[in-house]
Design a protein around this ligand. Sequence first.
Ligand code: PLP
Length: 348
Amino acid sequence: MSTYGAMHSGIRNSIFCDLRSDTVTCPDDAMRSAMAAAEVGDDVYGEDPSIIALENRMAGLLGKDAAMFVSSGTQSNLCAIMAHCGRGDELIVGDAYHIYADEAAGASVLAGVSMHAIPVGDGNAVSAEQVKGAVKDDDPHYARSRLLCLENTVGGKAISLEKMRSPAQAAWDAGLSVHLDGARFFNAITELKCTAKELADCADSISVCFSKGLGAPVGSILVGSHAIIARARRNRKILGGGLRQAGVLAAAATHALDHHLSLLPADHNRAGQLADALHDLDVGNVHSGTNMVFFTPNASQHNALHAHMEATGVRIGGQHPTIRMVMHRDIDDAGLEAAITAFRSFYA
Ligand SMILES: Cc1ncc(COP(=O)(O)O)c(C=O)c1O
């Protein structure tokens, strides 16, 4: 972690390279200044100019009609699911995707929507054939298949436009809508070298997070047609997510779009360098993509590795058996070097 990040993070100063997630970044002085200078108003009344500007910018960038700023990716996904589905409907989703695996079954608990999970393939995509096979017949015994939920990136892997388009088309052909959880949408388009619109064209609604690789402290946005966003606004209200003078948060997101997007290739590059260093050590399975590295150490060394890394100021993910490490804007070359040196010294 950069010195600035360590100073402002409240974590123990001895940890200067926090690789657990790209959500651990701290707003720097420039972002804080942008937040302090933000023009604000009551967003529930539609009067926050900073939020309106961000929503218009994102809708334009992704080539859709409208957008809605929300507090989190989870809330954005849920607002979208409730906009596409009614109670008793079913969504189809990859079994590794956040909506199915990591959102506390909110779609079922709060929206009354059942989830039909299909196993993701090697590259974390779902196929058109899987989608066709999962769509239920119109039969009173069955839930109504209404929505396909895609994700990109998934576990750091960017899924190609072709592999996004073909399941989306299968869903549309069967009369379903398509939602894309693009928590790391900008990491995906950076890796795919495509435009925001090209990826957004694979879905009817898209959720994008500013609080992951882009380094904002909070905030996500849901983008879609006027009709979807109008329904989603009602859903956000139902979920207690109406915002008031949250232009200070939109200003952080806008600052991230202006200044941090261009830093994503460096994060991806550092992840590649860490993965290469781990490959060279040849001490466990390694895979990586965009800003993430996954490493499976020998099970008997797992705890000792963690302790060693902490002792050297490098914090890695706590997952078992495969540890996740994520590059982000608070990790510079010195942080990367520290992480590689710590791994090498453990395995020396
Ligand atoms: C792919 C994906 N979708 C959605 C979310 C949820 O975002 P939030 O933590 O802002 O609710 C995350 C969080 O890491 C995520 O990785």
